[in-house]
Design a protein around this ligand. Structure first.
Ligand code: ADP
Ligand code: MG
Ligand code: MG
Length: 202
């Protein structure tokens, strides 16, 4: 069972990964966007960490809802509302349970990813974060071992954005010139799923 401390660990590991990889994320965004993805997420996750420390939530769902709200309010770019919706919707699905089975988290994350697709009007293949998130949640199952499979699926999905032409977000303005570059949001999504797998290993 996954308790509140597990969810805190996941978000702390995600914040650390975003901080470590911020320059790389911004570099990817400078090729097909406006060079702010790393700084956007660094600011967002710093705000998540501060809020969780200031008012530690009592349940897994409340951890994710608070984190999502912080991302929405602190990140100006497209990724803030999208990741915020992912976490908020996933947290709402978990309700007020104090412990969550891996299979229940898998279901909640699938609802969260569906909410991202609905908000952004994007689907897998559009060269967005969904190219990492959709294969990741498809690989999630009833055990924490499936988190490692989700991590690998997210990484493969992010890598597979390279030859795609962007159909959503800023990168779509480039048309065919978006081809040949890895999507920054799919790359950060792979970091978030890797942090989930790491939290389950610790
Ligand atoms: P902005 O583009 O506003 O500067 P960011 O640079 O923080 O925001 O985030 C860009 C990332 O957001 C893209 O790489 C892409 O993965 C994701 N993204 C943009 N638009 C959408 C959308 N409509 N649906 C899903 N993801 C999107
Ligand atoms: Mg950007
Ligand atoms: Mg921007």
């Amino acid at each position: 069972m996954l308790d509140t401390a597990f969810f805190r660990r996941w978000l702390a590991l995600a914040a650390a990964a975003v901080d470590r990889e911020a320059d790389r994320l911004t570099e990817l965004d400078s090729a097909i966007g406006d060079a702010d993805h790393g700084s956007n997420l660094r600011r967002g996750f710093a705000s998540v960490s501060a809020a969780l420390d200031a008012e530690p939530p009592a349940t897994p769902g409340a951890v994710l809802v608070l984190a999502g709200r912080q991302l929405i309010s602190s990140v100006g770019g497209a990724s803030g509302p999208l990741y915020g919706t992912l976490l908020r919707r996933t947290g709402k699905e978990l309700g007020d349970a104090t412990e969550v089975a891996p299979g229940r988290l898998a279901e909640a994350l699938r609802a969260g990813v569906a909410a991202v697709a609905q908000l952004g009007g994007a689907a897998a293949g559009d060269k967005t974060m969904l190219d990492a998130l959709e294969p990741a949640v498809a690989a999630l199952g009833d055990t924490t071992e499936s988190f490692a499979a989700a991590r690998d699926a997210a990484e493969a999905g992010a890598q597979a954005t390279v030859p795609l032409q962007a159909r959503k977000g800023r990168a779509s303005y480039l048309g065919e010139r978006s081809i040949g570059h890895r999507d920054p949001g799919a790359t950060s999504s792979a970091l978030l799923i890797a942090a989930l797998a790491q939290a389950a290993e610790e």
